[in-house]
Design a protein around this ligand. Structure first.
Ligand SMILES: Cc1cc2nc3c(=O)[nH]c(=O)nc-3n(C[C@H](O)[C@H](O)[C@H](O)COP(=O)(O)OP(=O)(O)OC[C@H]3O[C@@H](n4cnc5c(N)ncnc54)[C@H](O)[C@@H]3O)c2cc1C
Length: 229
């Protein structure tokens, strides 16, 4: 993508971890270059990570905050193709959305938007983000002609989801992976393809929730205990 390397375009986790580090190290006295203070911030992608970016940028004193979603606004109630017990794909308002609405007067989310490229100035700093509106027809993503737009920005945070755990350890220990690149092990058993090596939580099931991490953490502890005994 054009100008992805522009200064001011960062992965969400880079931004969030630097913010926490700065808070712990100096109480934010170090004035991190990643701070959103006074900047027009765009967060691409939703989810818990996107919400944390929105909330953090707000606390740092962002001038404005917009959150891009590729998909449309979810329905208020379950759709017919999303029955119980599937996870309900419905419209939710998280703390970051609520706080931005309180401060700036509107929910930060903008739907059906695809980023095409970034623009940068002579110093290589991001100054704009170019989008097009999209729709889904017959399972295909369609760009809507004439909907191109340029958004002013000085800080872009990329929060489009996690792919899989890093593989330096599984490569070294020759641990089998599942089709999504997670460490392969059955839920409730937690044993990897290598005897004496166990896996649990996000590493086994993919990016998930704290409640699952707690559940699998307890489960794997029991299995390791059995193995050692
Ligand atoms: C920004 C963000 C926001 C989130 N918000 C929410 C939320 O609001 N609600 C929710 O339920 N979930 C949320 N999640 C998901 C949740 O944090 C995870 O599902 C959960 O932390 C997974 O726990 P885990 O123990 O499996 O893995 P982790 O919490 O990732 O812990 C893995 C640990 O292993 C350590 N480690 C890695 N490699 C090695 C190694 N080689 N040797 C030793 N140690 C190693 C890491 O340093 C880390 O401490 C969020 C995640 C992110 C990233």
């Amino acid at each position: 993508m054009d100008n992805r390397e522009a200064k001011g375009v960062h992965l969400a986790m880079e931004y969030l971890t630097k913010n926490t580090q700065s808070l712990l190290d100096t109480g934010h006295a170090d004035d991190s270059e990643l701070s959103a203070k006074g900047k027009a911030v765009i967060v691409i992608g939703g989810g818990d990570t996107g919400t944390d970016c929105i909330g953090t940028a707000l606390r740092q004193g962002a001038k404005s905050i917009v959150n891009f979603e590729l998909m449309g606004k979810p329905p208020e109630e379950r759709a017919e193709n999303n029955p119980w017990p599937l996870w309900p794909l419905i419209y939710r308002v998280d703390y970051g959305h609520e706080e931005v609405a309180e401060v700036f007067g509107a929910d930060p989310r903008q739907y059906h938007l695809m980023t095409k490229s970034f623009s940068k100035d002579a110093e290589g700093k991001v100054i704009g983000l170019n989008t097009v509106n999209v729709d889904f027809k017959d399972g295909k993503l369609i760009e809507i002609d004439g909907s191109e737009k340029i958004w002013d920005t000085q800080l872009v945070l990329l929060s489009m989801g996690f792919i899989a755990p890093e593989h330096y350890l599984s490569d070294d220990a020759d641990i089998a992976l599942d089709e999504r690149g997670n460490y392969q092990a059955t839920y409730g058993e937690y044993a990897t393809s290598q005897t004496g090596i166990f896996t649990a939580g996000d590493c086994r099931r993919g990016q998930s929730l704290v409640v699952w991490a707690i559940n699998e953490g307890r489960g794997v502890a029991e299995k390791v205990d059995e193995y050692l005994a």
